[in-house]
Write a protein that binds this ligand. Sequence first.
Ligand code: ADP
Ligand code: MG
Length: 336
Amino acid sequence: MNSKLSIWKILFLIFLFVGTIYIIRNQKPYITNSGKIFGTYYKITYKSETDLHEIIKQKMSDVDNSLSPFNKKSIITAINNNCDTTVNEMFTHVFTLAQEISEQTNGAFDITVAPLVNAWGFGFKKGTLPDSTTVDSLRRYIGYNTLSLNNGKITKLYPETMLDCSAIAKGYGCDAVATLLEDNGIADFMVEIGGEVVTRGKNDKGSNWAIGISKPNDNPGITENELQDIISISGKSMATSGNYRNFRYENGKKYSHTISPATGYPVEHSLLSATVIADDCATADALATAFMVMGKDKALEFCRNNENIEGYFIYANKDGRYKTAMSSGFGKYLRK
Ligand code: ADP
Ligand code: MG
């Protein structure tokens, strides 16, 4: 009887030992890669035994070579300079999505806004503040429907028209890195480029990924990042556009880097930031910019009419105090 018990005890200990070794061997570490790209910072955390930083950097540089107007050798620069170019798959994907989003937002999002962005001093060519005659003359060359893509070639109605994908390229970059990680068998990761984020699986604590939404900060001297709320997500993408993040002061007036394609002027309303949750990050990024142009009420209406798009807005009320508003499906992502 006793020896029978001891055999069971020994078997149980062996089972425990083998089990523990098995669990330890299957526990992959979380790796974090970070650096600079597209004039901003990236941070990529993923569960893997192999460090994939080199191929991640290659992927981000492919995006830059395709879509950055700051890169003299990129496809977008060739198009802006009217050089004969055949576009690649990345360009085609982003261009097609950008055109769709322009259509859905009645032109609030428009990558042909580049000449105005440059004129207002936020683009790849520096301008001084334009007068109303300059704005009006540039507005002629703005309009997503003046461009078409056929057989790998962009055709422009006006040679003066230029493209600026800054409001969608970071989000697309996150999607491209996410696909690369998935292709390498990685299921748990968070990809962040300049505040735009893609999440999959779980973090190193076995929970959803937590992402902060910053409180608007109007004071250029203050760099610390206070949070308005924290989001908990997995399997979704999130992007934020904020007029407090990139603006310039000229003669005591503040100019935001979001331009209304309809008026040709930087947007001026009480909306301070728009955060979008969507299935892919390029869409979230572009819509966050579009929402800044549309304003809170139209943006909320857009979310109501579009399943899978949720928005969270920080705005200033009449006495200048910050308030928040969100679409009906956003609440489930807020960390309690
Ligand atoms: P951030 O770069 O801070 O993430 P956005 O994603 O909103 O902000 O991108 C803003 C940039 O997009 C501007 O600096 C400009 O280059 C470009 N842009 C400005 N207005 C528009 C617009 N209406 N549609 C598309 N792109 C825009
Ligand atoms: Mg954007």
